[in-house]
Design a binder for this molecule. Structure first.
Ligand SMILES: [Zn+2]
Length: 494
């Protein structure tokens, strides 16, 4: 704030600051001063020189935030987590899927950093950061970002926090959106770079050539958007005479050759309506291929099915636990709309493909250790016995299994370099859809494995372990299921 000619000028970011409210409230009651609020950037440009500051100047905090994003980029992080617990703020980076501590700040600086990231760096619906509200923003201005990061998605969440004075802390996460893997060329070439098998590449290529709905699934941060980007861009390159539309909330990547429809609502309550309006708008724009970022609402699922039924190629993502699990998820979303959702979904004109993927960290080729080269008494340190015993059950040939080494110069002492995909891709056919329509998912899965030569994402991971690209223990951690999952839980598995 700044006192100029008897008027107290206050930056709007301090509007909800209790001390400030008390301060100007008491002054006002005594009739001493008038006060004015200004937008933070307006305040900075007009009153910066007269303003009262404590500790770090505002521009220093902003520079700290910009440097933090740069540091994360330099270490190859995908996310930055800031957690304000009232007493201090912990900052962690997610690299290769794993969180590591970066630094810790005192509470005051941490809170100012969080507020600064939201209200100075981000474009967001609300101008002011509020620790008690859930807020979303996006950093897209070039001079705040390292060269290969095209934007940063910002999300803050109020958290229960006994140590904070107000009882509320903040969890803020920043997702760095890179100009995704520089893979180019045909879909097969791009997918090979991401780690898909030749068979999976062919199946996906086949799916891009037919109409109907193909759904991609997997946990957040496991490369769904990157895969979808390559599907769309390779299609626009191969077939530029078609019209491509995408509806995403918000868009993760710029997609070459794709019209990315804007969703015009920042209000959470009307957002689902705006999302569905955008799909309807794209449908009226004479599209050939439609990409729906995520099927979250029943209206979006219905629109996707209608688009497929009317002869369009539709690509979408959904949250599910495996490729066949997509069916169950769709049924639960559509349960309020159709009397029998399975009839609608499992139609040959509707459901074309199902995909599921997870990303696994890859071993550093320079320092990985061959399991067989370890003395038996040492093996337990690198591979816990329960994982080793499950590995023996699914893999007879363990000659070229490698485990994580102690790190070297080449891998920044991590023992790991990059990530690769473990996936399953199903192209449906009449017979499989018949089993699915009856709700017999195990039978459909068995048919896919035995008759169609399908391979599950767990088997894909086991193959990567067998070839020495992935550590068995880390693979199991990241898969979220035991390595012998198919033997134990899925009928028709190996
Ligand atoms: Zn190494």
């Amino acid at each position: 704030m700044a006192l100029v000619n008897g008027v107290l000028h206050i930056s709007a970011e301090l509007k909800n600051n209790l001390q400030i409210v008390d301060f100007y409230g008491s002054l006002r009651r005594r009739g001493i001063l008038t006060y004015e609020f200004h937008k933070p950037e307006e305040f900075d440009s007009t009153f910066a020189s007269q303003a009262a500051r404590t500790g770090h100047a505002e521009n220093e905090v902003q520079q700290y935030a910009i440097d933090l994003i740069k540091d994360a980029f330099d270490t190859g992080a995908s996310d930055i987590h800031l957690m304000d617990s009232g007493l201090y703020t912990i900052i962690r980076f997610r690299c290769l899927g794993m969180l590591t501590d970066h630094t810790q700040l005192n509470a005051e600086l941490g809170q100012r950093l969080i507020a600064c990231i939201y209200q100075k760096l981000s474009q967001s619906a609300d101008t002011c950061f509020s620790p008690t509200e859930r807020q979303d923003g996006r950093i897209a201005q070039r001079n705040y970002l390292p060269p290969n990061v095209h934007s940063v998605r910002v999300h803050s969440e109020p958290i229960e926090c006994a140590q904070a004075q107000s009882g509320v802390g903040t969890s803020m996460s920043l997702r760095l959106l890179y100009d995704a893997t520089s893979a180019k060329g045909s879909l097969q070439e791009r997918m090979a770079v991401l780690g898909f098998t030749p068979n999976q590449c062919d199946t996906a290529q086949f799916l891009t050539r037919r109409t109907g709905l193909t759904i991609i699934s997997g946990p957040t941060g496991h490369g769904k958007s990157t895969f979808l980007k390559h599907v769309m861009e390779s299609m626009t390159e191969r077939n530029p005479e078609k019209a491509y539309f995408s509806i995403e909330d918000p868009p993760e990547y710029p997609l070459k050759g794709v019209r990315q429809v804007l969703i015009s609502s920042n209000d959470r309550s009307t957002r689902s309506g705006a999302y569905c309006d955008a799909i309807a708008g794209a449908m009226r724009s004479d599209p050939d291929v439609l990409m729906i970022g995520e099927i979250r609402y029943v209206e979006a699922a219905v629109a996707a099915i209608d688009a497929a039924l009317t002869g369009h190629s539709v690509w979408a993502t959904i949250h599910a636990n495996n490729a066949m699990g997509i069916i169950a998820r769709l049924v639960s979303i559509l349960a309020t709309h159709y009397r029998n959702p399975l009839e609608q979904i499992c139609d040959h004109n509707v459901l074309a493909g199902l995909e599921y993927q997870r990303l696994l960290p890859m071993l550093c080729p320079s320092c990985k250790i061959r399991l067989m080269d370890l003395k038996p008494e040492k093996r337990q340190q690198h591979l816990p016995e329960d994982v080793a015993s499950r590995l023996r059950r699914v893999l007879d040939d363990r000659e070229s299994v490698y485990v994580r080494g102690n790190g070297c110069e080449k891998c920044r002492k991590r023992g790991l370099i990059g990530q690769t995909v473990a996936a399953e891709i199903v192209a449906t056919d009449q017979e499989m859809l018949g089993f699915l329509r009856e709700g017999n998912i195990p039978r459909a899965h068995e048919y896919w494995i035995k008759e169609k030569g399908g391979r599950s994402y767990v088997d894909h991971a086991v193959e990567l372990i067998k070839e020495g690209h992935v550590d068995p223990y880390l693979a199991e951690e990241r898969l979220g299921v035991p390595l012998n999952f198919n033997q134990v839980f899925v009928s028709g598995g190996r």
